[in-house]
Design a protein around this ligand. Structure first.
Ligand code: ADP
Ligand code: ZN
Ligand code: ZN
Length: 810
């Protein structure tokens, strides 16, 4: 038998054949983690395939199997091969996203006693090992360690393995959650087994007493107990508990408690019995049919405004899937931004939901991964990477808010989780549901022309309608000598809203709105020396020495200079709009109003999203100034006004997707007002009110925008009418980057001609719009055509970053 391995070395792409030693043949399966010789080192790798023959001569054998259970399921292996192929990423880079980091280092040896009658009175160590395994049953190496302080027992154990007295097997142990995350403990053995160990828990009297009292306390507790409660009751400490855990007597873990900032204000949920609207019932019926039918499409686009009842459909579909003994994956843009939706899943399927999010520690991540692999979780909810949870039998994959750019991984290995989800569902024989009020032009085009069914929910479930949007031409404001950042109508509306005791959101587009530092004499803008991003004023960073300037891209800071570095003029001033400026202006206009700021600066801390949201939801603030928005499910009945300070931001970037991005953001923001019977309105300020993206957003006209944008894409030959591949080179040396880019362009040109790729066009080489990042200059070459990735199939890229179907080319 031969095994084909994806070796776990990031720079290596491709797979390698090995022979399988006879003793491993019964246990080895595709998806297993093994070690193998590679060059003159030993590396870890995943078996992607077992074969009866290999065309490669003189193969080396696999060395060891690190865990009997496969790490990847067969559909996961198939998905990783497909993704490596379609995204041009190395296979090992894709596979490493599917297994928890540091997994290989966790491997341990599991010892089991086979011959209970063996004895060797001449060796004290042998006797101790045998007695221990006799009493406690099979143990892992690290557990045995805790019984043999500073004694090398492994040599004796290996000797016993050779004699057939013990068996030894490599395993991945249950996760040991790191101390800072430990919240609860529970007895892991029967009370009798715990009592039996009671006498020998520590080497000194003090430790013995502490551990004994902790163990006695846990014997009495049927439920997991909060650690701080155990400390208070028994005087023990964390290392005592860890020792008890190492001995296998107790289990330390984090309880699956999802903290929801809106918990307190939430109305009674879990209305499982509510009756679906006819549109919902139809959509659910189609999805249910697809579960059992082989002719139905396996992908759906659930297209419906926020509040049209999409989440309710997901919940029912998940219920159906669980009933049939399968599992579901629910992807959301970010858990912290979708608290209500997540909560509905957790409360509808108690004890069955695993959350995957960026704030999990390595231990918690590993824990969730293992529980998923062991089939202990029925639902996984999380951002992009939750798609790779190793559920054994997936029946449904939902991608909620499928237009959201966070589904695209914008660093290597580049991939799009939405298309990957569709692909994966097919490989699992599962159903994929993409949900959005504003699907991207490409997603919608595919839904209308391909084997994916569009299901529409045109109305909100409650009879609230979308709020009216008033577009304000800021050029007219200037003409009437209003130089404030707020138009008169927005200022008045804010005043009225506060006077009525209601709430307002003032929104700034994240990209490009900041307080630039600008010289009025020479026009120079102060930029970051690392990445050429304009520096912004950081009001909260004021020190005795003066104002701090900050680069929002790389974190560079410096003091505000007194004179212009270019012309030495003292007319160097701040200019533009930052959320701090906006907040300051609101405070000066409405001193009585309580404001809250939600942006890059205020959300860097852990739990910041939750804290801000809770404050606002509890009406501890009147006006929220934000560059970030809740992606979904935010139901704030007191919000009756949304002001968009400058809608044009980002519209004129040199990128084919610029209008779509602006339209999406504005539509999402505009949908935030008037979710209750109080109604509400949106005021959109702009210098280019005639732009179609703003016009359609103001009319909540998603269909109109789609048709118009599609025309534009068709006439210029952009996706979905062509595909793009972007190749990017970065170097601290701009000349080198340019040279490399030219070389690549020449190589590709030759390839296009030689390969007869007549319809594929080369754009560039050019410097990227964001010309510098982290001190490196960026150059790019873009290929456009029916299948530009095909051109690149067998090329080597070395230091180049290759992005297939990028979501921007800035
Ligand atoms: P979406 O996911 O499209 O934003 P939701 O599923 O969250 O929509 O539904 C919006 C609100 O309407 C939720 O509070 C939900 O509980 C409620 N809802 C959903 N479907 C129904 C229904 N058929 N009857 C009554 N209320 C519903
Ligand atoms: Zn100057
Ligand atoms: Zn920078």
């Amino acid at each position: 038998m031969f095994a084909r391995l994806a070796v776990n070395i990031s720079a290596i792409s491709g797979v390698f054949d090995y022979t399988v030693p006879t003793e491993l043949i019964p246990a080895l399966r595709a998806g297993c983690l093994v070690t193998a010789p590679f060059g003159n080192q030993t590396v870890q790798g995943i078996v992607v395939e077992l074969t009866d023959s290999s065309s490669v001569p003189n193969l080396k054998p696999i060395l060891d199997l690190l865990d009997p259970a496969p790490l990847l399921t067969p559909p996961q292996i198939a998905l990783s091969m497909r993704l490596a192929d379609s995204t041009l990423n190395p296979l090992s880079a894709i596979i490493s996203m599917m297994i928890p980091t540091g997994l290989g280092q966790q491997a341990d040896v599991h010892y089991e006693l086979r011959n209970t009658n063996y004895s060797d009175p001449s060796s004290k160590i042998v006797t101790r090992i045998i007695n221990l395994l006799n009493e406690r049953g099979p143990l892992r190496g690290r557990q045995i360690d805790s019984h043999f302080a500073k004694v090398d027992w492994r040599k004796s154990a290996n000797m016993l393995v050779k004699k057939g007295v013990l068996t030894a097997k490599n395993v991945l142990p249950p996760p040991r959650v790191r101390p800072k995350n430990i919240r609860v403990a529970q007895l892991a053995v029967t009370p009798e087994a715990a009592e039996a160990e009671m006498g020998a828990l520590g080497s000194t009297k003090a430790t013995q007493t502490r551990r004994e009292s902790a163990l006695r306390f846990l014997i009495q507790q049927p439920e997991p107990v909060n650690l701080s409660w155990i400390y208070a009751q028994t005087d023990c400490n964390i290392s005592d508990l860890q020792e008890l855990e190492e001995r296998g007597l107790i289990r330390l873990f984090e309880n699956e408690i999802f903290r929801d900032p809106l918990e307190k204000i939430e109305k009674q949920e879990t209305r499982n019995e509510l009756e679906l609207t006819p549109e919902q019932a139809f959509a659910l019926g189609e999805i249910k049919q697809a579960f059992t039918s082989i002719v139905s499409p396996s992908s759906f686009l659930l297209y419906g405004v926020t509040g049209s009842g999409k989440t309710e459909i997901y919940l029912r579909a998940v219920q159906e899937v669980i009933k049939s003994g399968k599992q579901a994956i629910i992807l959301v843009p970010e858990i912290a931004l979708t608290p209500q939706a997540v909560r509905r899943f957790v409360s509808r399927f108690p004890g069955q939901v695993g959350l995957v999010h960026s704030k999990l520690s390595e231990g918690e991540r590993y824990d969730t991964w293992r529980r998923a692999r062991d089939g202990k979780l029925n639902v996984i909810i999380g951002a992009r990477s939750a798609l790779f949870a190793p559920l054994p039998n997936i029946g449904l994959i939902v991608v909620d808010e499928c237009h959201d750019s966070s589904y695209y991984q914008s660093e290597p290995p580049y991939y799009n989780a939405v298309t990957a989800a569709q692909e994966y569902a097919k490989l699992c024989g599962a159903v994929c549901v993409l949900g959005s009020a504003t699907p991207t032009v490409e997603q919608r085009y595919v839904a209308e022309h391909d084997h994916i069914e569009k299901l529409e929910l045109p109305n909100r479930v409650t009879d609230s309608t979308l709020p009216p949007v008033q577009v304000v031409d800021m050029r007219e404001e200037l003409k009437s000598s209003n130089r404030s950042m707020f138009s008169r109508v927005l200022a008045e509306s804010l005043a009225e809203t506060i006077a009525r005791g209601e709430q307002a959101i003032v929104y700034l587009n994240r990209r490009g709105t900041s307080t630039y530092i600008f010289c009025r004499d020479c026009g120079n803008t102060l930029k970051c020396p690392n990445c050429e991003t304009p520096l912004t004023l950081h009001v909260e960073g004021q020190s005795s020495k003066g104002n701090q300037l900050l680069c929002h891209r790389c974190g560079y800071t410096r003091l505000m200079p007194k004179t212009c570095p270019t012309c030495a003029s003292n007319q160097i001033r701040e200019y533009g709009l930052g959320s701090e400026r906006v907040e300051a202006e609101i405070k000066s206009m409405f001193p009585q109003a309580r404001t809250l700021r939600w942006d890059w600066d205020t959300t860097r801390q852990k739990d910041a999203h939750e804290v801000i949201l809770t404050h606002f939801a509890n009406h501890q603030a009147d006006i929220l100034v934000g560059t970030q928005m809740l992606a979904k499910g935010l139901d704030l009945p007191l919000v009756t006004l949304v002001g968009i300070v400058l809608a044009d931001v980002g519209l004129n970037l040199p990128d084919p997707f610029a209008s779509e991005r602006v339209f999406q953001t504005l539509t999402q923001v505009a949908g935030r007002a008037g979710r209750s019977s109080r109604g509400g309105k949106v005021i959109m300020q702009t210098f280019t009110p005639e732009h179609y993206a703003l016009q359609f957003a103001a009319g909540h006209d998603v269909d109109g925008f789609y048709l118009r944008e599609l025309d534009y894409r068709r006439s210029l030959g952009y996706p979905p009418f062509a595909r793009l591949v972007r190749l990017e080179y970065r170097s601290v040396d701009n000349v080198k980057a340019e040279e490399e880019a030219k070389k690549m362009a020449a190589k590709l040109k030759a390839k296009l001609e030689a390969g007869g790729f007549r319809q594929t066009e080369l754009i560039g080489p050019v410097p990227c719009f964001f010309a510098k990042e982290n001190g490196e200059y960026r150059w790019q070459v873009v290929l456009r055509g029916p299948d530009p990735a095909a051109v690149l199939k067998d090329l080597r890229f070395n230091d180049w970053r290759v992005e297939v179907d990028p979501i921007n080319i800035l």
